[in-house]
Write a protein that binds this ligand. Structure first.
Ligand SMILES: [Zn+2]
Length: 308
């Protein structure tokens, strides 16, 4: 069983991805919905977590941004007060019941709820979970590790490591893994580098379906048609594009489902091979388990798109 908990949504200008008017008209207009607002020339960025019940485990994938965080340069994620925990409860899951927390990568919007504020201290939100982090990704973001090739980019994520990763490490709840890593009989963590150096995906193979939880390997279905399109902020753009191409080929060949971190409705879908590449087939409408009061920032489109 797969559930979804939404934290927030906002609009980004489509030209953050592409200003190719012909491509937009030919390829993106048919998607419509949250993938393209033609009047505003924008698309919806949806912040959400996935919950998988499999092999007797409850697995939480990418626990969003979290409340009360300072995010210099990230106005969308600054000082949030969302009912994400109520959304988790609405999905029938208490924090104590989470067995595995899987962070595809350690950007602020994928590990924020790893911890919560308790009397001015950041403590693990999921006290009985094993948190799976890619060892390469921890080294990427640990200010003490000194392996970051881009200190400026490291700077704005510095608080994220201190607030959402270090307390988990200190509590002994983290397992640093080298993908491929077998999480459970049905779940395999795999390397998918590029967006960040240590970015991972999670592959689910059950009797019912094959599904890939792909994090930020892509942000918009336009990238399925044109894997070169991208938002700012990749650690290694060339590798991100290569990762997209190989991932899309596998997903199409296996007739698998993809569950990206930021797609708006229907939030998931399939990829099919075409004569000259790939296309996106939106999934069936997905049960909405967003908490009442989920933040929306739809009246305001920043032309200055942060690195996400
Ligand atoms: Zn993200």
């Amino acid at each position: 069983m797969i559930d979804r908990v939404e934290e927030l949504r906002f609009e980004l200008p489509i030209d953050a991805l592409t200003d190719d008017a012909d491509f937009i008209t030919r390829a993106l207009v048919p998607f419509g919905g949250g993938f393209l607002n033609r009047e505003r020339m924008s698309f919806v960025f949806c912040g959400q977590s996935w919950i998988v019940h499999v092999d007797g485990l409850i697995v939480l994938i990418d626990p969003c941004n979290g409340n009360g965080r300072k995010r210099p340069g990230f106005p969308y994620f600054e000082d949030l007060d969302t009912p994400w925990l109520a959304g988790l409860a609405a999905a029938g899951v208490a924090p104590e019941e989470i067995d595995i927390v899987f962070c595809t990568h350690l950007h602020c919007d994928h590990c924020g709820w790893n911890t919560r504020d308790e009397g001015g201290r950041w403590v693990p939100t999921f006290p009985n979970a094993t948190y799976l982090f890619a060892a390469r990704e921890v080294a990427r973001w640990d200010p003490a590790a000194a392996v970051d090739p881009d200190p400026e980019f490291n700077e704005y994520n510095r608080h994220v490591f201190a607030e959402s990763v270090a307390p988990v490490l200190a509590a002994g709840l983290a397992r640093l893994i080298e993908p491929p890593y077998r999480v459970s009989p049905s779940l395999l963590a795999e390397a998918a580098p590029g967006h960040t150096h240590g970015h991972m995906i999670l592959r689910l193979e059950s009797a019912e379906a094959i599904a890939y939880f792909v994090g930020d390997t892509l942000h918009h279905p336009a990238q399925i048609l044109r894997p070169d399109l991208h938002l700012r902020g990749c650690d290694d753009l060339g590798q991100a594009i290569a990762t997209r191409k190989s991932l899309f080929a596998r997903v199409a060949a296996e007739r698998a489902l993809i569950f990206p971190a930021h797609f708006p409705e229907p939030h998931h879908g399939r990829i099919v091979a075409t004569a000259d590449g790939f296309d996106f087939v939106p999934g069936e409408p997905f049960p909405l388990l967003q908490a009442a009061g989920t933040l929306e920032h739809e009246s305001h489109i920043d032309t200055e798109v942060p690195n996400i």
